[in-house]
Design a protein around this ligand. Structure first.
Ligand SMILES: [Cu+2]
Length: 198
């Protein structure tokens, strides 16, 4: 069998350097969050993806700025360390009543300082500040990096998902969404837009 030079070049152009791209698809959709200001801050994630998913070496970060936790919702892979920064000229505290956060209380610290916590359990972790009761944020600890957060228009996109059958779940601080079974093929995109139960 003879393989033409042109054929090899075309093959390399198509698959060179990123062989995983040939065996992965994507999941995208658009969610509606009825009764909310807009459709942002829902976390869409996949359960049942086989494999080990080490957390990023760089910590994620949540800032306390102008009396607000930013971002308000932070999805992370289990094992990820999050650095809590205080950028305000007043003292802030960070604690959680949530089991998935082992009910930590990191203490209270001034502007320019930070403390870190490593999230080692799956689930939702509600963050509060005992100095300012109106401050609230959420860390959503997921089993793998196949998650996305919706933007104001409700759209999300999860890229480079290995082919397989998974359960697509949605977390939202106030709404419950139906979960959905999906099948991702080696290429191409699955569209999944589960709806919120009222
Ligand atoms: Cu505070």
């Amino acid at each position: 069998m003879r393989i033409s030079t042109t054929g090899v070049v075309v093959f390399l152009l198509a698959f060179g350097g990123r062989p995983e791209a040939a065996f992965a698809g994507g999941v995208k959709g658009k969610l509606q969050c009825p009764g909310m200001r807009d459709n942002r801050d829902a976390v869409v994630y996949l359960e049942g993806v086989p494999g080990q998913f080490p957390p990023a070496k760089q910590p994620a970060e949540i800032d306390q700025l102008k009396m607000v936790f930013t971002p308000h919702v932070l999805p992370v892979v289990v094992g990820t360390t999050v650095k809590f920064q205080n950028s305000d000229p007043v003292q802030h505290n960070v604690f959680t009543p949530s089991k998935a956060g082992n009910k930590f209380n990191l203490g209270t610290w001034p502007k320019g300082e930070s403390k870190a916590y490593t999230f080692d359990k799956l689930g939702e972790v509600r963050l509060l500040c005992n100095v300012h009761p109106e401050m609230e944020a959420w860390v959503i600890v997921t089993p793998n990096p196949y998650f996305a957060k919706t933007g104001p228009d409700g759209s999300y996109s999860i890229a480079n998902v290995p082919a397989g059958k998974y359960t697509l779940k949605v977390w939202h601080e106030k709404l419950k969404f139906a979960q959905q079974e999906i099948e991702v093929s080696a290429s191409g995109e699955v569209v999944a837009s589960p709806s919120a139960a009222r």
